[in-house]
Design a protein around this ligand. Structure first.
Ligand SMILES: O=C(O)CCC(=O)C(=O)O
Ligand SMILES: [Fe+2]
Length: 167
């Protein structure tokens, strides 16, 4: 990802490695009699740097918000959905966007997924890479630390954490 922005290959990794965390979440969505009013997971962006998601290989449910609309994410069996998280949005100075997504429920079939979150070391400072800041593209985000703790606080209040990091 760094190379695709003409940065040194380790520019993002060196910001966050040492005690970085890979946390897996196993999601189980039972059938729901009222999918019109109940979500499996409310709209959010991930607080990670990167998320690898293995969707259920038969049951859809994940949706991404783009251009003011929700779009279903099709199932590609055995393929991962790779999402940039908020901390990647910060390190890339807004070039890689951390998408808002949600999971809808259905009346017919239960669904499962596994999300693996790659999370920077909570002791490390995360900030936009120097090579991505210039007069035409000013720095967009503050330096953050232990973003995930802040993330859970904001998540519970239904707010987007990335907004707190905007300069
Ligand atoms: O179940 C899914 O497809 C997505 C779950 C998700 O967005 C998450 O665990 O952060
Ligand atoms: Fe997510």
């Amino acid at each position: 990802m760094a190379r695709s922005l003409n940065l040194e290959e380790d520019s993002f990794l060196k910001q966050y490695e040492d005690q970085e965390v890979m946390a897996a979440r196993f999601n189980y969505y039972p059938t729901c009699p009222r999918p019109d009013s109940v979500l499996g997971v409310k709209a959010h962006s991930d607080g990670s740097a990167i998320t690898f998601l293995l969707q259920d290989k038969e049951v859809e449910g994940l949706q991404m918000f783009k251009d003011d609309q929700w779009h279903r994410v099709p199932i590609i069996p055995h393929a991962f959905v790779v999402n940039a998280g908020d901390q990647m949005q910060i390190m890339s100075n807004g070039i890689f966007k951390s998408p808002v997504h949600r999971v809808v429920t259905n009346t017919e079939t239960e669904r499962m997924s596994i999300a693996v979150f790659c999370i920077p070391d909570s002791e490390k400072e995360i900030k936009p890479a120097d090579g991505l800041i210039d007069e035409t593209r000013p720095r967009l985000y503050k330096t953050v630390k232990d973003y995930v703790s802040l993330y859970f606080e904001y998540y519970q209040q239904g707010k987007r954490t990335i907004e707190a990091a905007i300069i």
